[in-house]
Design a protein around this ligand. Structure first.
Ligand code: S3P
Length: 172
């Protein structure tokens, strides 16, 4: 088995439902490198779910934890790092990621995103009266910023998780 010696951590960015966590795990397995997820690290450190952190401490608090975790993981981890959908929106996070990692945008269209997030109730930002519209508004607002990533890979409904991971691997 070939183990990639990554020069930089590969940071997956993109919307909720783009598959950052699933594809990140599959990519890490393909490359034989460690996988980490910023949302999971935040939950572990706080011993609360993301939804509980939003509810108890608010989004701004969550965003500060997110920046701390990304900064720490980029220093301590060489592998694949999946981030929450909002992480790449903060200029400070983009600066950290571009200094210490290589960013890959998992670019999925609204149909794919909605089909993946609609059944779940885990995303605090989508707990609104019209979650489709909320997702669409976030999508429209964020796409220009995701496009700043070093690389982008187009998601397709017919691609399996491993096929997406292969696409990312080829882009690296
Ligand atoms: C968020 C996405 C979530 C999580 C939090 C906020 C966002 O991560 O970080 O609910 O702002 O888009 P996923 O993209 O993994 O769902």
């Amino acid at each position: 088995d070939r183990h990639w010696n990554l020069k930089k951590t590969v940071v997956l960015v993109g919307m909720m439902g783009a598959g950052k966590t699933a594809v990140g795990k599959a990519l890490a397995a393909r490359l034989g490198v460690p996988f980490l997820d910023s949302d999971a690290e935040i939950e572990k450190a706080a011993n609360m779910t993301i939804a509980e952190i939003f509810q108890r401490d608010g989004e701004a608090f969550f965003r500060n934890r997110e920046t701390e975790v990304i900064d720490r993981l980029l220093d301590s981890h060489r592998g694949i790092l999946s981030t929450g959908g909002g992480a790449f929106m903060a200029e400070r996070n983009r600066a950290l990621i571009s200094q210490k990692g290589v960013s890959v945008w998992l670019n999925a269209d609204m149909d794919i995103l909605w089909s993946r997030v609609k059944c779940k109730n885990t995303r605090p930002l989508l707990r609104t009266s019209n979650p489709y519209q909320t997702l669409k508004d976030l999508y429209d607002a964020r796409v220009p910023t995701y496009a700043l990533a070093d690389l982008s890979v187009q998601a397709r409904a017919e691609y399996s998780i491993d096929a997406m991971a292969e696409q990312v691997q080829e882009a690296l």
